[in-house]
Design a protein around this ligand. Sequence first.
Ligand code: GNR
Ligand code: NI
Length: 172
Amino acid sequence: MSVKKILTEPNKLLRLISKPVEKVGDEERVLMDDMLDTMYEAPGIGLAAIQIGVPKRIIVIDISKDENKKEPRYFVNPVIKNKNKEKVKYEEGCLSVPDQFAEIERPNTCEVEYLDYDGKKKLLKADGLLAICIQHEIDHLEGILFIDYLSKLKKSMIIKKLSKIRINREIF
Ligand code: GNR
Ligand code: NI
């Protein structure tokens, strides 16, 4: 179990399309454990493998509020089967877009088919924050960040800010 470095925009790796996992084996389980450690440490409610530089279609999520009752969820090769036509707005953030937040509109419920930690096929009906988080994480697998849904102006302002922060980090 180890905490990895989270990549931040602008980083080309975040734009890769992640590859499907052929078999959920020990290597994938070690990766999922590391992702969870990294997510809890950040802290965040979800993480896609590409955020720690691994282009595999794996995400982890824990939306539980109580720190003493962790509810980790693992999704390998997740596919959204059914999106609700009804949309909801939610103020989103992203560990790869630090300190930036924006209201994003997404379907309010969805069904997702995936393999679990043991490689077993599952179907989950999600709503509320879980539905939003699943969609945010699956976007990462396609190289999409929430800022891509904003106007060109808002998006470029955010990228400009993040680029400056990066330059400052390199100097100091
Ligand atoms: O920690 C996170 N919080 C969050 C809040 C609203 C919508 C989506 C998220 S996911 C984010 C962690 C992250 O960047 N996952 O990719
Ligand atoms: Ni994110």
